[in-house]
Design a protein around this ligand. Structure first.
Ligand code: ADP
Length: 218
């Protein structure tokens, strides 16, 4: 199988996490999600975690300097040399140019944009509950969300602080301002493929797999 570096872009709540997990299993590449890495740092109360905790809670973006350094370090690990899937990075043009430098000749192979209307993502995020241990995602009406206990691992199922209404609004505004410009940045290089993220998860996965095959990446 060829090596490829895949980016998945999309608003918060577009379904990036679910699709990325599936893609990584299918193509055998590591799933690198800056949000998960930063949340782990906050949970561990590491120096990085202490630095980013309040900005994350409010729904703001962590500085390019910090996330670029985090990704630079992650890309040095052995498993990242056989291709990688980046979820939640880059989110600004500054991060996108830093990524180009980090990937060097290999570069970005394909950028998937999971396109979903703001009303739908707002509804999905408001109803989202997550397991603090394994990251499993539930809806507020699911048994695990009501009982507060994860069906996979028994961890606590909670509502993320940034899934509260004010933080959701702020995150979506930030997406439009800082991240949406990346769509034309990658489209101009012929790397962007847009997928309808409002469809059922299986239909979304099928579309992405078809694009990867069409482009001869796997
Ligand atoms: P979402 O995209 O649903 O907000 P993530 O789990 O991807 O959730 O990210 C959670 C938070 O982590 C973001 O709101 C932001 O504060 C921080 N974060 C994650 N990735 C980045 C990034 N590439 N640049 C800056 N901040 C980031």
């Amino acid at each position: 199988m060829s090596k490829f570096n895949l980016l998945v872009l999309g608003k918060q709540g577009a379904g990036k996490g679910t699709q990325c997990k599936r893609l990584c299993e299918t193509y055998g590449i590591p799933h690198v999600a800056t949000g998960d890495m930063l949340r782990a740092a906050v949970k561990a109360q590491s120096p990085l975690g202490l630095q980013v905790e309040s900005i994350m809670k409010s729904g703001g973006l962590v500085s390019d300097e910090l996330v670029n350094a985090l990704i630079a370090e992650r890309l040095l690990e052995a498993d990242a040399h056989q291709g990688i899937l980046l979820d939640g990075f880059p989110r600004t043009l500054g991060q996108a140019t830093a990524l180009d430098e980090l990937l060097g000749d290999d570069g970005v192979s394909l950028v998937i944009d999971l396109d979903v209307a703001s009303d739908l993502v707002t509804e999905r995020l408001s109803a989202r509950r997550v397991c603090q241990e394994c990251g499993a995602i539930y809806r507020d009406t699911d048994v695990a969300a009501i009982s507060g206990t994860c069906e996979n691992c028994g961890g606590d199922v909670i509502q993320r602080a940034d899934d509260q209404p004010d933080a959701i609004r702020k995150r979506l505004e930030t997406y439009e301002r800082d991240t949406a410009p990346l769509l034309s940045f990658y489209a101009e290089r012929g790397l962007l493929a847009t997928v309808d993220g409002s469809l059922e998860p299986d239909a979304v996965t099928a579309q992405i797999n078809a694009i990867i095959a069409e482009r001869g990446l796997a």
